[in-house]
Design a protein around this ligand. Structure first.
Ligand code: G3P
Ligand code: MG
Length: 237
């Protein structure tokens, strides 16, 4: 079972910061997940929420601020004073860390609240410019953007869902993928075992409990996203 460091090594570092990604780059973990939004001046930045309130000392929407404004805030102190001075990174800054490593990068397109029309293209261009397209996996809860990635880029793409579908594999095939990323509760529903039987590649978020990881490995899940990749790789990868 493949292990992905969720938002970098986010159990021990502030999520989606260069510190969290540098720590992941040092590990023999298969992949790393990160979330992207678009700034007011059209730059791709790595942060989970639409607002910066939870993970920085600032307030407001990413989409309403320029990169310069966003990078003036501290994105480390909320987690621990040890990480004071970390900032919201650009996608390019994160990709550069992994340029020479073997890691796969799952870039989650956070366009399910605000549409960010150009985000898929910008992510694809950023990866192509660095020769990293074949190590990138795009995913999104916005399945219109997954469809766009399937149709308009060479990058492998996955639908994300926490919903239960009657036949999620056939639904994914309509979009043009066999990759399905499901929440932990959805992973234990029949839709997931049915999808696995039909040939889906299934990854599960977010798995921090080793008993659950063992059960998921037992049903044939291909990968998990975890905040604690250090311990999960020793046991499951
Ligand atoms: O990509 C898997 C997972 O990150 C999806 O949910 O909210 O943690 O981005 P979230
Ligand atoms: Mg995510």
């Amino acid at each position: 079972m493949k292990i992905y460091a969720h938002r970098g090594c986010s159990g021990t570092h502030p999520e989606n910061t260069l510190a969290a990604f540098r720590a992941a780059a040092e590990l023999p973990v298969y992949g790393v997940e990160l979330d992207v939004h678009l700034t007011k001046d059209g730059r791709v930045v790595v942060i989970h929420d639409e607002k910066i309130n939870r993970t920085t000392n600032g307030k407001g929407y990413v989409k309403d601020m320029t990169l310069e404004e966003l990078q003036s805030f501290d994105a480390g102190s909320w987690f621990s004073e040890e990480w004071a001075g970390e900032i919201i990174p650009t996608l390019g800054e994160v990709l550069d860390i992994f340029q020479e490593t073997p890691h796969r990068l799952n870039i989650e397109i956070k366009s399910d609240v605000f549409p960010y029309d150009t985000l898929v293209d910008k992510v694809a261009n950023s990866a192509a410019k660095r020769g990293m397209s074949d190590r990138i996996l795009i995913s999104s809860f916005n399945h219109e953007d997954v469809l766009k990635a399937v149709r308009e880029t060479e990058i492998e793409s996955a639908i994300l869902t926490s919903q239960i579908y009657v036949d999620v594999y056939d639904y994914a095939r309509v979009i043009g993928t066999n990759r399905i990323h499901v929440s932990l509760p959805a992973a234990f529903r029949r839709m997931t075992t049915d999808a696995l039987r039909k040939g889906a590649i299934v990854y599960v978020y977010t798995v921090n409990n080793e008993e659950y990881a063992e059960q998921l490995q037992g049903i044939g899940v291909h990968g998990i996203f975890t905040h604690f990749p250090e311990s999960m790789i020793n046991k499951f990868q």
